[in-house]
Structures are given as C-alpha cells and as structure tokens.
Write a protein that binds this ligand. Structure first.
Ligand code: F6P
Ligand code: MG
Length: 480
C-alpha cells in the first residue's frame, strides 16, 4: 500500500529530514516546553499546576530522547483507536532510533506522542501548546488580511450582483475571465501555505508580511514550477454545466491555521459565490499537528477573531506589553471590511455550505496511498466530491508517499491508488518544504539546484526546502 521507491530517512545527510530531526524538531519542542511552563505558572489551581509540571517533564523527556538518538518508544494508550496501528507500525519498522528512521512516520509520531501527553492528563486534555503561536501569527498578517478582505468583498458583490444586460460579453470571454479569477483565488490559497510555523521557527513580523500580499504573489508566479490549474478549472466548469442545479461538493484537506485558513476560506467562499461548488467541506486535524495545522477549535477562533477584529488587533500581545508598545488602531473602514467578510462566512457556515468534517485518518502516520484500505468510508465520501484540494507540504508528502521519486515522475503515477481510475479528483496546492517533488519537466530539478542556495552539486535538493517554490498538481481519477 506504500510506494516502493526508497523513503526519505532522518539518517540521510542529503535530505531535509536530517536537519529536521536534529535542529528543527528540538526547537519546536523547546517552544512547546516554554508555552506549557508559562501556562503552568499562570495556573491558580494547584492540582492543575502540578500536572502542568509533569507535562513539561514529559515533553522534556521526549526532547531528550530525540536529541540523544534514543529509540522511539511505543505510544501510551490514550483511548484512541489509532494508537494500536502507530505501535504496530513502529514494531514493523523494528523499533528505530530518532536519527535513523523513516521521516514521515517519525514526524507524525512526534506530534501524536505530544497529543498523548495531554490526552492522558486530567486538567490539560483540551490544551493546545501551539494555539498562541497560531493566533499571534495570524494577527501579524494584518496588512495581507485587510488587502484580501477588500478584494473578497468586492468580488462577492460582483458575483452576487446582476450582470449588466447592456454589456455584450461572449461566452468565450466570460470563460476566460472566470478562469483568470479562479487562478487568482487558487494562487492566494497556494501562497498562504508559505507561512507555516513548523518550518519557519524564527519568523519576524516583517518576514511574514513579505511572504503575503498581492505583490509577493506576482513576484512568485514564476516559482510555480508545475501548474495544472487550467485542467482543474475546466473540470469544475464542466461539472457546473452538466449539473447546474444539482449538488456539487468540493473538499479542502486543510493545512495550517491562521493566515492559511483565512485564504482557504477566501477560496471556499469564492467557489460558492461563483457557483463552481454548492458545498465546501473542510477537513481539519483532530489534534494539534505539525505545529500550525487547523483543529476545529482554530476554525472557531479565526471566526471569533474576525467578529471582534478591533479586539484582536488593538489588545497588546504579551511581547508588546513587555515592550510598552501600543498596537495601531483599526480604522472604522478596516473594521467594516472584516465585519462584512465575517458575516459572509458565518452565513455560508450557518447555511451548511461550508462544513467542517474531522477524521482520524488525517493524523495517521502513513501515505495517502493507504486511504482506500484504511479509511474506506472517508474514501467513498471523497469519491463523491467534484474535487479534493490538498493544501500544503505535508499533505503532498503523504499523497506521493514521501519517497525519493525521480522528479519527472508524473503526479498521476506518484499518487498510486488515488490516480487514474480511483474515482477521486485530486488537486495539490503545495509550496515545497521537503525533498520529494514530482511532475517536473526534464532538467528543471538540475536547473534549480544550480540557482543560489539551490544545493549545487552537494546532492541536496535545497531549493525545495524553503517554501520559495510551489507545485500545483492535478489528477482526474474520474476520467474515463
Ligand atoms: O519539511 C518541513 C516541514 O515543516 C515538515 O514538517 C512538513 O512536511 C511541512 O514542512 C509542514 O508544512 P505544511 O504546513 O505546508 O504541511
Ligand atoms: Mg502544516
């Protein structure tokens, strides 16, 4: 059920897995320890505080094991059915050590192990050590958030308004205009993935803002190194033509919370207002995952933040308080922009047009090649969808199995059982943050390696690690 090509391993000095296990994950765990330590210190309840200390120790133990290359130990039971399969797989992998293990499995294990620590507590079951980071990064995306809210509101008014009967526009022109708009919305949604917190462990406000906004997107267009958006658009347009009054669902397998979720909702709202879908189902994670991934709680938190945007932007953060900084006020016009946006999304949600649907499968450790076998009900649901959009790097790694494919391998082949004949249509919107990449033209990988910081002749595919480049890949598993 997994691809046969060699997997990415944390023992491979040429792979980003190597740096991840030795440098990135310890930083992430240190952040988690810091957060829980502070939360414990704030607690007024002695029992809760004592338990908080134990949790801090448990995370410190995990960090110790990781840094000292100990074995991955079986996960403790936390009552969830996936623990058994995690542990069975660990055994099948012969109880590996942190610095010599399958990258995909071990990184998923890391977050699953963290989740067991909280799940097995009494007072901290619902606590998310990454929640503060997620919201503060969203808050620091303010310029791009406002710019996009203005664009979205304008677009919704245009799409919902009556067309000018005196304007003579041919079908071909309408189609071309719609295709452009679809591409713009997908682009926004794609680049929103560049700012995830598991990769950018020391991001400043300035860095974040440089990665967002329309100017950044324009500049980045050439960095989309394979792009199947046209084919995805044509499929949705034809589905609308063939079934204008019927149900047409689009699924989005979410990635990160905050700014990325915000742009996912921009895409979802656009698809609905444009009539390219009648329902959008969003798939979050059940547990805090890869630092910034969306949980159902994050979805609520984002809507609440937009509902009370003045409070979000004008309440000083801990750092601002410490430095005596008063945040800039939100003007009335800006506040109205966000209220309008909030109303639209809240209405779509209340009407059942935007839905949230969790499934434990999304936090399993393996490739999505396993979907038909491991989660047949979910697979059957996704086969009913017009299009399943997979956001981000990790989803992409799982789609193609996180193995070292030749980069010219067609995407349709690399997704294995989700490829042609699967009955499921897949669109991946991914900024590259890991070694694996497929669907490239011959010579592209070599060309990018020769660019500055691209890896040169080191044997490392460094250009693919930073989120600077992106791939947009589509496979129509329903095609006859
Ligand atoms: O490769 C770096 C990394 O942080 C991996 O942990 C993970 O695959 C990915 O990037 C997370 O990114 P995203 O949020 O786009 O899935
Ligand atoms: Mg993520």
């Amino acid at each position: 059920y997994d691809p046969q090509a060699p997997p990415c391993l944390t023992s491979d000095p040429l792979s980003f897995a190597w740096t991840s296990a030795r440098e990135r994950w310890p930083v992430i765990l240190t952040g988690a320890i810091d957060d829980i330590h502070k939360a414990t210190a704030r607690s007024q309840n002695p029992e809760e505080a004592a338990e908080g200390k134990k949790i801090t120790e448990a995370i410190a133990t995990l960090k110790y094991e990781l840094q000292h290359n100990r074995k991955l130990t079986p996960l403790p039971d936390d009552g969830q059915p996936d623990i058994k399969s995690y542990n069975e797989e660990l055994e099948k992998r012969s109880n590996p050590q942190w610095h010599g293990v399958n990258w995909l499995y071990s990184e998923c294990y890391l977050y699953r192990r963290l989740a067991t620590i909280f799940a097995n507590s009494t007072h901290w079951k619902q606590y998310d050590v990454f929640a503060k980071q997620k919201m503060s990064t969203f808050r620091s995306s303010r310029p791009a958030v406002l710019e996009l809210a203005a664009r979205y509101n304008e677009l919704v008014n245009q799409l919902d308004g009556k067309p000018d009967p005196t304007a003579e526009v041919s079908e071909a022109d309408k189609d071309a205009a719609e295709k452009l708009l679809f591409a713009e919305m997908c682009d926004i949604c794609l680049w929103g993935n560049a700012t995830d917190l598991s990769l950018l462990t020391n991001l400043t406000y300035d860095d974040i803002q440089k990665l967002q906004g329309s100017e950044a997107r324009k500049k980045n267009e050439k960095n989309i190194i394979t792009n199947d958006l046209d084919a995805a658009y044509t499929t949705l347009r034809d589905a609308r033509k063939n079934n204008p009054k019927g149900d047409r669902q689009i699924d989005i397998v979410l990635d990160n919370s905050g700014f990325e979720l915000y742009v996912d909702l921009i895409l979802a709202g656009y698809l609905l207002h444009a009539g390219l879908a009648t329902r959008v189902v969003l798939h979050p994670k059940n547990i805090p995952w890869f630092v910034s991934d969306v949980t159902p709680k994050d979805f609520g938190a984002l809507l609440n933040a937009l509902f009370d945007a003045k409070r979000l932007y004008e309440t000083p953060s801990e750092d601002e308080t410490a430095q005596g900084i008063t945040p800039n006020a939100l003007s009335d016009d800006q506040s109205i922009l966000l209220t309008e946006l909030f109303r639209d999304w809240a209405q779509l949600h209340a009407d059942g047009k935007i839905l949230l649907r969790s499934n434990i499968f999304w936090t399993a450790p393996g490739a999505y090649w396993r979907l038909p076998r491991v989660a047949p009900d979910l697979f059957a649901d996704l086969q009913q969808s017009e299009l399943v959009v997979f956001k981000g790097d990790l989803n992409y790694r799982k789609l193609v199995g996180d193995v070292l494919w030749d980069p010219t391998t067609p995407f349709a082949e690399a997704v294995g059982p989700l490829g042609p004949g699967s009955g499921m249509r897949t669109l991946a919107l991914r900024t590259c943050k890991a070694d694996v990449v497929v669907g490239l033209a011959k010579g592209k990988d070599e060309e990018l390696r020769q660019t500055e910081g691209g890896g040169g002749d080191s044997g490392q595919r460094k250009w693919a690690w930073s989120g600077k480049y992106a791939v947009v890949s589509f496979v129509d598993g329903k095609a006859k």
